[in-house]
Design a protein around this ligand. Structure first.
Ligand code: GLU
Length: 367
């Protein structure tokens, strides 16, 4: 039996397909989901929604029939569709006396420690007021060329769950579970009810390298699960159209697929480092790499090269194997490549730190 009685913060992701009927916004579905959210809220859960649909509904509003491909058009459609979407949620939630809030995010806002802390504080305040926050990506300002989130609310929802320390992520989609093989091709395919570990086989089946029976959209869902797992957050993947799906999932019913979390929850700061987009790259020698593996700080003597322009506090890559917080900016780092720590003050002045990255801020990237 699944037990979510100790879970409180629940992130629920709803995809564009689930929200669409006859090529239009499915208002009945929004009404239905508002009722489900009202139910779980009355049971003491704190729901947070991540809703897609802005681009699609914006396009429909403007009479655009084809799938929008050009970035500038997508951005324009998102700006048109987002208020339509949120208006609909507001109307339906009002019937249950529930206030909603719109929170639009970019990868940059989540990567930057200051804006992320602001976000966390604001969302905590919303939840304390009993408001249901509805998240989406701020598609009009973030593009796939600049930031790698756009078009992927699966991963966005997992980042939200991770950064806001949610207990459960529910991804509502148009498949009813993860299968052991593609159910469209194999009639004997069986749904997997519990996934304890994200094995190579599961990742490959979801459409990764070597995939032979990928089902559409499963890959980004597995990537989302991977992010949530590290945050100690379980994920349930379920069919968005299954009646009363959200309250049923929370009551412990065996629907969809439950992905368990990593046994050891990674600390919040380490997760933030690992999930951030690196702004630069260091190549370090074998001795320095061995030292940081033993939890030593990275000293300038071990640096071979510095790539990119970054500021102190940004996340950088080290040998493509670690992510870390830069202890100084890229121009200072370039000046002290390979030098002994005692030389730093002669080159950069008294106040400079002698480490490039502090040991507790260097996180190995999982294989
Ligand atoms: N943010 C996009 C939108 O609202 C959707 C992204 C996705 O479907 O994953 O249209």
């Amino acid at each position: 039996m699944r037990d979510f009685s100790k879970s409180k913060k629940i992130v629920i992701k709803i995809g564009t397909n689930t929200l669409t009927k006859n090529n239009k916004l499915n208002v009945e579905y929004i009404a239905n989901i508002a009722g489900q959210i009202a139910t779980i809220k009355s049971q003491g859960y704190q729901p947070l929604l991540v809703s897609s649909g802005a681009i699609g509904f914006g396009a429909r509003e403007m009479g655009i029939e084809k799938k929008v491909k050009k970035t500038r058009l997508k951005q324009a459609c998102a700006a048109i569709g987002q208020p339509i979407l949120v208006h609909s949620y507001r109307t339906e939630f009002q019937k249950y006396n529930i206030h909603i809030a719109q929170v639009l995010l970019t990868r940059e806002a989540l990567d930057n420690r200051d804006t992320y802390v602001n976000l966390k504080t604001a969302v905590e305040a919303l939840l304390e007021m009993g408001v249901v926050p509805i998240f989406n990506e701020n598609d009009s300002v973030s593009t796939s060329e600049i930031e790698p989130y756009i078009g992927d609310n699966d991963q966005l929802s997992a980042h939200i769950a991770s950064k806001l320390d949610a207990d459960l992520l529910i991804i509502l989609t148009d498949v009813d579970a993860l299968y052991d093989k593609n159910p469209n091709h194999f009639p004997d395919a069986k749904p997997i009810r519990v996934v304890e570990e994200l094995t190579e086989e599961i990742v490959a089946n979801a459409g990764g390298a070597g995939s032979s029976f990928a089902t559409g959209g499963m890959k980004t869902k597995i990537m989302a699960v991977r992010i949530a797992r590290k945050a100690g957050c379980r994920t349930v993947l379920a069919h968005g159209m299954a009646p009363d799906v959200v309250p049923r999932v929370l009551s412990g019913e065996e629907i969809g697929t439950l992905f368990l979390a990593d046994k050891q929850k990674m600390p919040n700061k380490a997760r933030w480092i690992l999930n951030a987009t690196p702004r630069g790259k260091l190549t370090i020698d074998a001795g320095a790499e061995a030292a940081i593996r033993l939890n030593k700080s990275l000293l300038p003597s071990g640096i071979v090269s510095v790539e990119g322009e970054f500021s102190k506090g940004d996340v950088i890559l080290i040998n493509d194997k670690f992510k870390a917080i830069a202890g100084s900016d890229s121009s200072n780092m370039r000046q002290i490549i390979g030098v002994h720590s005692r030389e730093i003050k002669n080159i950069l002045g008294e106040a400079k730190r002698d480490v490039i990255c502090r040991s507790q801020e260097i996180i190995p990237i999982p294989e």
